[in-house]
Design a protein around this ligand. Structure first.
Ligand SMILES: Nc1ncnc2c1ncn2[C@@H]1O[C@H](COP(=O)(O)OP(=O)(O)OP(=O)(O)O)[C@@H](O)[C@H]1O
Ligand SMILES: [Mg+2]
Length: 227
């Protein structure tokens, strides 16, 4: 039931930008669609997100981090994602379980089987129908994020600065392990992933994403198309 699409990729690769554009286009085409993000997306999940990104939380144990991400995910799946998929709609999610394998697994060196077990508990085994990987050089992504942060002034500045968080502040080698991890994940399940270059204008990436998504939309009823 429904179509579940996730966005993955390193920091600053354009996930949030592209998720928003796809959401707006699907909505304009009359599809029932929701856009959410991880960690967060629910009232409880957004509270967990604040704990995770807080730069003061330098003492957070890797297990705590993993379980908090999973707790937020469990809430999101049960409160929002599953119910919406059950109505036959399209769910777009800015990051999902693959990020746990890439960041906590390959990035922080957590055992992958253990992460799989925790993830299965959190999601009840729900995995995306399609995962869009926005491919960018780690340094270029971090540069874009930094530029975004510096551009932002006055209203909304606090929100943009908050996006530069505890997890982004980890070193380059960590982010490179994360990317290598994403490549492993893609190799394991090539059918689910589409890898797109994020080194193109925003509109070009968006057009490629729509071309990947369109074939999945046939079973989704469009608003106003009922006869
Ligand atoms: N194709 C692109 N070319 C150039 N700049 C881009 C492109 N896509 C997004 N950007 C810019 O890069 C910055 C990061 O984009 P965005 O927030 O969408 O990335 P993200 O992957 O969601 O990042 P994060 O990992 O922080 O969630 C923004 O300033 C955005 O405007
Ligand atoms: Mg984002």
């Amino acid at each position: 039931m429904g179509v579940f699409i996730t966005f993955e990729g390193p920091e600053g690769s354009g996930k949030s930008t592209q998720a928003r554009l796809l959401y707006e286009r699907l909505q304009a085409e009359g599809y029932p669609v929701i856009l959410t993000r991880e960690p967060g997306g629910t009232r409880i999940g957004e509270m967990i997100r604040r704990i995770l990104v807080d730069l003061r939380h330098t003492e957070m144990a890797p297990t705590t981090e993993t379980l908090l991400f999973s707790a937020a995910r469990a809430q999101l799946v049960s409160e929002l994602i599953r119910p919406y998929l059950n109505t036959g709609g399209i769910v777009l999610c800015d990051r999902y379980a693959d990020s746990t394998f890439a960041y906590q697994g390959y990035g922080l060196g957590r055992d992958l089987d253990e992460l799989q077990a925790i993830t299965t508990v959190a999601t009840g085994g729900l995995m995306p129908d399609l995962t869009l990987y926005l491919d960018i050089d780690v340094e270029e992504g971090l540069r874009r994020k930094r530029a975004q942060r510096e551009r932002t002034t006055a209203p909304g500045a606090a929100a943009a600065r908050a996006e530069w968080n505890r997890l982004d502040a980890r070193d380059l080698a960590y982010h490179q392990r994360v990317v290598a991890g994403f490549f492993e994940l893609m190799q394991r399940e090539p059918g689910r992933w589409r890898r797109l270059s994020a080194n193109q204008p925003v509109e070009a990436v968006a057009a490629q994403i729509y071309a990947e998504v369109e074939p999945l939309l046939a079973p989704v009823p469009r608003l106003g198309s009922m006869v």
